[in-house]
Every structure is written in structure tokens, then in C-alpha cells.
Design a protein around this ligand. Structure first.
Ligand code: ATP
Length: 234
């Protein structure tokens, strides 16, 4: 479904991604793990055209999207939930959700809202509250819900567990698994490698802008190098 070949991405003189090739199959849940600054966010942003200086090829459903503009990525069926969530703090939860589907018909928006409220009941309870008054975990759910309002076929998630209390981290990971089980492919960037590999089918390890390891999640969880560098197992 998504195929990235030899991606390179830079910010001026800084090359953040040197060599990334990866694939996400239809309905797959794939994780990209790596240390701070390894280039994980840059890889996700490159897919949706948010990094201007990029080389290499990106295909989505067989179509070359290497030069896609960010607003076209959503139309193509790819939604990014960026790190830090970027919800609108001064409008309500429901208005935030509606923004994810601004080009849909009124009936469709109602249907999509109902779907998100079924998936995230807390958002229904909070629907008239300002986005900025939500807790960190609720804001994360809102950001994911807003992305789902665009009915993506591929969801790109950048560090959804960042800054969440451990109990909420579990909830968010379970929700990601549920979303994937509905048939939406997911590329999940995470520093919480144990949890990410716990729900993913496959994983890639990114070090200093290069993919250094790839395999089934079970293989990576058993890999000594992964265990010592990313799972905190000596
Ligand atoms: P983290 O887990 O800390 O978010 P990451 O693996 O997602 O890290 P990136 O955010 O992709 O890493 O950053 C990769 C490299 O590119 C880092 O060295 C970072 O400082 C640099 N970088 C990222 N964004 C920019 C930018 N807008 N301008 C200049 N350099 C940047």
C-alpha cells in the first residue's frame, strides 16, 4: 500500500534522513522505532509532503506521491497525527472533529462523528468543551479522532504516547490496535518501543537517519541489539 524507496530528507544543510526504505501493506500495523533525532518524524512528514527537501520515491496504492503537496495527501487517503497533537484549543471538541471532515456532506459528517464518539466515548462527554481544556490523553484521542474524520486508508501516528500517564498509554495503544482492526493501515512512530512492537505486525529500526533493522515484531522483540538499545533489557 505504502512503499518508500531510498528516501533522503534535509532541512537546509542538515540531513535528517539518509536512507529509508520501508513498506506498509494493506491493513498492516507497522512501527518505526528509534532514538531521539533518528529521523522518525521527518520520515512521516516526508510522506505527506511536509518536508520540502526530499529525494527518493514514495508510492501509495501504486501511485507515485513523491512530490505530493500536504493538502493533497489527505485527499489521497493518508492522514498524519503530528507529534504534539496540534488540536485547536479555543474551539470545541466537536468543532475540532468537524475540521477533519470539512469537505464531507452534512449527513456524512454526522455519521463520522458518531463513529468517533463510539470509539472515544470520552469525546462525546466533552464535545462542547474547548479543545484546550482536555487532558493530554483526551487531546491525543481528539487528534486521532480528527484524523479519522477524513476516512484515511493509512494513518500516520507520531509519538501518540508522548507525555501520557502510563495508564493512558495503554488505552491509546489499545485504541490504535482497534482502529487498525477496522482495516485502516497504520504507520506508528514511537519511542515506547516495547508497547509499539507489542501491537504492531512488523517494525523497522531507524538509527541516525538509516533503517538498520527490519522484521516481524516478535523477531525484533527477541533481537539482542533491539533489547539493549530500545527495550531497556541488558
Ligand atoms: P524525536 O523522537 O526526538 O522526535 P525523530 O526521530 O522524530 O526524533 P526528527 O524530528 O525527524 O527525529 O529529526 C531528525 C533530525 O533532523 C534531528 O537532528 C533534528 O534536530 C533535525 N530537524 C528536525 N526538524 C528540523 C527542522 N525543522 N529544522 C532543522 N533541523 C530539523
Amino acid at each position: 500500500m505504502l512503499k518508500i524507496a531510498n528516501l533522503k530528507a534535509s532541512y537546509g544543510k542538515i540531513r535528517a534522513v539518509h536512507e529509508v526504505s520501508l513498506e506498509v501493506g494493506q491493513g498492516e500495523l507497522v512501527t518505526l522505532i528509534g532514538a531521539n533525532g533518528a529521523g522518525k518524524s521527518t520520515t512521516l512528514k516526508s510522506i505527506v509532503g511536509l518536508v520540502q527537501e526530499r529525494e527518493g520515491e514514495i508510492f501509495f496504492k501504486g501511485k507515485n506521491i513523491s512530490q505530493i503537496a500536504p493538502h493533497k495527501a489527505l485527499d489521497a487517503g493518508i492522514a498524519l497525527v503530528p507529534e504534539g497533537r496540534w488540536i485547536f484549543p479555543d474551539i470545541t471538541v466537536e468543532e475540532n472533529l468537524r475540521l477533519g471532515a470539512f469537505y464531507q456532506s452534512k449527513n456524512k459528517v454526522q455519521e463520522l462523528l458518531a463513529e468517533q464518539y463510539a470509539l472515544f466515548p470520552i469525546l462525546r462527554e466533552r464535545r462542547n468543551q474547548k479543545g484546550g481544556t482536555l487532558s493530554g490523553g483526551e487531546q491525543q484521542m481528539l487528534a486521532i479522532g480528527r484524523a479519522l474524520m477524513s476516512q484515511p486508508e493509512l494513518l500516520l501516528l507520531d509519538e501518540p504516547s508522548l507525555g501520557l500517564a502510563p495508564i493512558l498509554v495503554n488505552t491509546v495503544f489499545q485504541l490504535i490496535k482497534q482502529i487498525n482492526q477496522r482495516g485502516i493501515a497504520v504507520l506508528l512512530v514511537e519511542q515506547n518501543s516495547t508497547m509499539a512492537l507489542g501491537i504492531a505486525d512488523r517494525g523497522y529500526v531507524l538509527e541516525l537517519g538509516r533503517i538498520v533493522l527490519a522484521g516481524a515484531s516478535t523477531e525484533l522483540l527477541d533481537n539482542k541489539r533491539v533489547q539493549s538499545a530500545y527495550l531497556g533489557i541488558a
